[in-house]
Design a protein around this ligand. Structure first.
Ligand SMILES: [Zn+2]
Length: 497
């Protein structure tokens, strides 16, 4: 069932099959033995973690990690499979069970609340326990749980949050806000009953944060939740703020922290004097920041996740007592919801670069770094593609002798198919598209999906956690998600519960 292709396509398909040059049986044996010998020498670090850095790849399931690793390796000219992302070099890892108290397949709010507060809770809620009703403000009163970030602040240590999504989005919000609904990002999202019952929107909770001396570093998107409807956005003057209460929360933040610096573009970010600026809030987009693949075209030249991470660590490191930093690769999830593997993998590589920046600026002896995901997605890597086959390409199999074919493999419908695909999502079509002549590596290409849904869904299988530094060796085995909070709290020797 293999059709004949025009010559140009045959060459394009064959070009991906770099022969694994230099790979020998003896080489594999030595590589394996060296890795095992190195593992034998690894000594656990059992001292106090002065600093804790949590990297959260939103929706970064294992398939996303594997395919991002291959794409990054192929972009460096290799076959890809042998490549490792930065956090895959960490000495310890575990599998993490992500279900929430009421959902088999979870969302980002319940899962991040588990990582931040040490208990599993309901889907869709922010750092409150499960004994409430989602969306019912009154029911949540008294059920707020202290977050690791709040505990670091109360212990007199520095804190920072970074997200490429809106800073009021579920993952970053779970570090500082307590609400029975993740969607109450600004006052216009807050139902009248919730406002009457005393619930404050997420943006307000951020600028009114009352623990310790306040969060030192805030970088992300989501400006409009802080600006009144009467005022124009600084980057896109045609856009207005989202608040209906007339408050300018950026001014509120400035008055509260006269030593603080607010900024919204790359030029001001690059000009930050890291020895002088003790407190910084950078909000780089009205909503989410750009996908990494689109970042160069941003009007405000927004910084990369790695640049924000490096700057945050330089500022936070000035606190001798140590710091807690949360860095979210927030848009991996969004690209996957749109069945767009290209943007998801490119953002995962940018997330890996941010981890590399943190590794370069901290010491294994005093800084615990944990890299994990809140939940997976329904991305699959399938077919029997030959070694080094372009990860964003069509499946090209080997022939009976184990050598790569010169044409793509055909499915039962007589059409070729991509290695990456989705169980559901907006790209589902009946009948399936014929992908011959289509550039499946194009940044805007969406992979085939089976079940048609407006938005591709999360996946329910375990995610991985990777760790290095003090007590990183506790990150092993198959664990519940809230276990990660207890590892971080105990490693940091936070006495308060
Ligand atoms: Zn999602």
């Amino acid at each position: 069932m293999r059709s004949h292709w025009p010559l140009a396509l045959i060459i394009a398909a064959a070009a991906g099959h770099a022969a694994p040059r230099g790979e020998t049986p003896e080489g594999w044996y030595r590589q394996g033995e060296n890795a095992a010998r190195q593992a034998m020498l690894e000594q656990p670090v059992a001292s106090r973690a002065r600093n804790v850095i949590l990297f959260l790849g939103d929706g970064m399931g294992v398939t996303t990690v594997t395919s991002a690793r291959i794409l990054a390796g192929q972009r460096q000219g290799g076959n890809g499979e042998e490549h490792l992302l930065e956090f895959e070099r960490f000495p310890y890892s575990a599998l993490i069970k992500t279900y929430t108290t009421n959902q088999q397949v979870p969302d980002s709010a319940g899962t991040m609340s588990a990582i931040m507060t040490g208990i599993k809770t309901l889907d869709g809620v922010l750092s409150v326990d499960q004994d409430i009703v989602r969306g019912d403000c009154a029911s949540a009163r008294g059920h707020e749980r202290p977050t690791l970030l709040e505990q670091f602040e109360r212990a007199g240590r520095a804190t920072g949050i970074i997200s490429s999504a809106r800073i009021t989005h579920a993952t970053p919000a779970a570090t500082y806000a307590h609400l029975p609904d993740r969607d109450w990002e600004t006052d216009s999202d807050l139902p009248a009953a919730a406002a009457a019952a005393g619930c404050r929107d997420i943006a307000r909770q951020l600028v009114e944060f009352g623990h310790g001396d306040g969060i030192e570093v805030i970088f992300g998107g989501g400006r409009s939740a802080f600006l009144p409807a009467e005022s124009s956005d600084p980057e896109y003057p045609a856009k207005k703020g989202a608040r209906r209460d007339g408050r300018d929360l950026i001014q509120v933040w400035r008055r509260r922290y006269p030593d603080g610096t607010f900024l919204w573009n790359g030029a001001k970010f690059a000009a930050l004097d890291l020895d002088r600026h003790g407190r910084v809030m950078g909000l780089f987009e009205p909503s989410h920041m750009q996908f990494e693949a689109d970042r160069e075209r941003d009007t405000g030249s927004e910084p990369s996740l790695a640049q924000m991470t490096a700057t945050a660590i330089r500022i936070l490191s000035r606190d001798r007592d140590g710091f807690f930093l949360m860095v979210e690769g927030g848009r991996i999830d969004h690209a996957l919801h749109g069945n767009n593997a290209h943007h998801a993998l490119t953002d995962t590589a940018a997330f890996s670069d941010a981890v590399a920046a943190a590794v370069g600026l901290t010491r294994m002896e005093d800084t615990l770094i944990i890299v994990t995901a809140d939940h997976s997605h329904v991305l699959t890597m399938a077919g029997y593609p030959t070694r080094g086959n372009p990860i964003l390409g069509l499946v090209v199999e080997n022939d009976a002798a184990g050598r790569p074919m010169t044409t793509a493999s055909m499915a039962d419908d007589g059409k070729p198919y991509t290695t990456l695909g989705f169980a559901n999502g907006p790209a589902a079509r009946v009948p399936r598209r014929d992908l011959r002549g289509i550039d499946t590596g194009d940044p805007g290409f969406t992979q085939d999906a089976m079940v048609a849904l407006e938005s591709e869904t999360h996946g329910g299988e375990d995610v991985a956690a990777y760790a290095r530094g003090p007590w990183a060796h506790l990150v092993r085995g198959v664990r519940e998600q809230h276990y990660l909070y207890h590892v971080m709290r105990l490693a940091a020797q936070l006495d308060e519960r």
